[in-house]
Each structure stands twice: as structure tokens, then as C-alpha cells.
Design a protein around this ligand. Structure first.
Ligand SMILES: [Fe+2]
Length: 318
């Protein structure tokens, strides 16, 4: 089998077909998929036939799969800790009505890069649709490599070497979750360069978006204005496209060369069941670790009511 690649924008996004990714893949096919991912940044796979187990197995071709956090007292829909629950459903599969949890999830409708609030960054996210609303609920993607290349030279010079502080709680507060600046100050932040070289392509990319709260060494409002300007530049229509889902469709995006955001939908009325695996940057071996639970443990009470579980030494319950 060989891959068929249909680009969506000239150098960003592609629909890929021709390979059954629910089955084990040979080395040549794996390399071709990784090459397509590195080149286009976002690949769209229709009617994959993946279930939870084959979704996880396929994801491993990209590297180490991150484990989703566990919060004590909170029940989960998934037994597999490799799956982040990106649905609007509770542990019993009912539509979430709790306003605080909904506000927390609404942060995903801002342009963001997954987990940029972590010191260890995420590379690919593999989002599989199990159930889609009849209208809305699409995902939008923005090309942070081409946008960087198109920046005026004066802006490239201005941002070279700058670093931003990223906080999950900052993006949640911008989406309406009730947190003061002081409360966010007291929670963990991660520090990352605004511009980096995307390893898979050798091209430079912006690393910005909704979790980015401040620029190191810059007055807060000036840093935020700069971040806003860069996000607005990188999300011009020529750099973005959207993907609408049917059950079985999967999108893989590289967080190190793109931003994304969820489209609006009536989340009190329609079910949207999306499950995500996420690959850690670099060639980290698969091993038990739990940095997400550690982050939540350092953040006090969460949107979900419970207190985080102590980080598990063996990778936690599965
Ligand atoms: Fe996301």
C-alpha cells in the first residue's frame, strides 16, 4: 500500500489515504506517514476504523505517549491513561451540565498548542472522533511555520531570542473560568522560546497561543500585546483551515508547527466524543511518568471539584 496525499493548503495540512492504519504497519509505511506529518504539520485521516486500542497502538509510531492526569475522587470514562478525554461527556457518558467544567473546556476554543504549559512539550496530537455533533464542533488549524516565514524582518528581529511563560490557568481564565491574576501567579508556568526550529522539517516556527501569558523581561501588557499581534498574524485566513468530523475520522497535528482551536457547537444539546493521544517531544522512551498529575497536584483545587491524586510511581491506575 502507498500513501495518497492531497494537500489542503500549499504547504500546510493534507488529507491522507491509501493505508489501513488500524493494522500493524511496515517500516516503509511508518516512515512515509512520519514524513507526511513533518511536511504538512496536520494530516487528516477519514474512516480509519480505529478503536481505543488501535488508536493507541498506531500513535506509538510517533514516539512516547503522554499519560492523562488523574484527579482523586473523579471518575473517568476511559480505562486507558493514554487517552485524553476531549469530549463534553461525563464518566457515565452524559452531556456535562456543570458550568465550571464547561468554562474550563471552553478554553479549547481559543487558539492554542496542546500542553504548552508543560516544561516537556507535546509534539503530535492524534484526535479520533467517536461521535460528532450534527453542526459545529470542527477544529481549526493555523500554520505557524509559514506565518513565521512571512513576518516582516523587523518583527523577526524583535522576537528572536524572546521567551514566553505559559500557564493552563491563564487560558482558562481568558475563556471565563474565575481565576485572578494572583491565583494564576501562584500556579505552575512553563517557559518556552517564541521561535524555534521545527525538527521534523528544519523550518522555523512560532510557538505562541492561548496559554502564553507573558514575555520574559517585558512589561506584562506589552508582552500580551505582542502575543496578540503574533496570534492575529498567524491566524489570517491564508494560514488556516478547518476539519469537520464523522465518527472514525482522525486528525494528527504537530503542536510544534501549528495552533488549533475547537469550533463552536451547542455543547448542552449535542454529544461530541473525541479522544486524543499525545506524543511527547523528542525521542523519550516509553516509560511510566506522570507530569500532568504532578502539575495538577501543584495547582490546588481544580475545575472538577476534586483534589489531584498524588503522582503515581508506576504510571498510576490504568
Ligand atoms: Fe487542543
Amino acid at each position: 500500500m502507498s500513501l495518497t496525499i492531497a494537500p489542503i493548503l500549499p504547504s500546510f495540512g493534507a488529507e491522507v489515504s491509501g493505508v489501513d492504519i488500524a493494522k500493524p504497519l511496515d517500516e516503509r509505511t511508518r516512515s512515509a506517514i512520519i514524513d507526511a506529518q513533518n511536511k504538512y504539520g496536520v494530516t487528516v485521516w477519514r474512516k480509519t476504523g480505529l478503536d481505543d486500542e488501535t488508536h493507541i497502538a498506531f500513535s506509538r509510531i510517533f514516539g512516547h505517549i503522554e499519560l492523562a492526569p488523574r484527579i482523586a475522587g473523579r471518575p473517568y470514562r476511559h480505562a486507558h491513561r493514554e487517552l485524553f478525554d476531549a469530549s463534553n461527556l461525563d464518566a457515565e457518558g452524559r452531556i456535562i451540565q456543570d458550568e465550571l467544567v464547561r468554562l474550563h473546556k471552553r478554553g479549547d476554543r481559543l487558539w492554542h498548542t496542546d500542553s504548552s504549559f508543560m516544561e516537556m512539550r507535546s509534539a503530535q496530537s492524534l484526535l479520533l472522533c467517536h461521535e460528532a455533533p450534527p453542526e459545529g464542533g470542527e477544529t481549526w488549524f493555523a500554520d505557524t511555520r509559514t506565518a513565521y516565514e512571512d513576518l516582516p524582518q523587523a518583527m523577526k528581529d524583535r522576537i528572536e531570542g524572546l521567551e514566553a511563560r505559559h500557564s493552563l490557568w491563564w487560558s482558562r481564565s481568558r475563556a471565563g473560568f474565575p481565576l485572578s491574576e494572583e491565583e494564576i501567579d501562584a500556579r505552575p508556568h512553563a517557559r518556552h522560546p517564541l521561535v524555534h526550529i521545527h525538527r521534523g522539517s528544519g523550518r522555523k516556527a512560532l510557538y505562541i497561543a492561548a496559554h502564553a501569558r507573558d514575555i520574559i523581561g517585558m512589561p506584562r501588557e506589552e508582552g500580551r500585546a505582542l502575543l496578540r499581534e503574533l496570534i492575529e498574524f498567524a491566524t489570517q485566513p491564508k494560514y488556516v483551515f478547518s476539519v469537520t468530523y464523522e465518527p472514525g475520522d482522525m486528525v494528527i497535528w504537530d503542536n510544534l508547527c501549528s495552533m488549533h482551536r475547537g469550533g463552536e457547537f451547542d455543547d448542552l444539546r449535542y454529544r461530541r466524543d473525541m479522544r486524543r493521544t499525545t506524543i511527547r517531544e523528542g525521542a523519550a522512551p516509553e516509560r511510566p511518568d506522570d507530569p500532568f498529575t504532578e502539575l495538577f497536584a501543584a495547582s490546588g483545587v481544580t475545575a472538577f471539584g476534586g483534589r489531584p491524586a498524588a503522582p503515581a510511581r508506576n504510571g498510576g491506575p490504568r
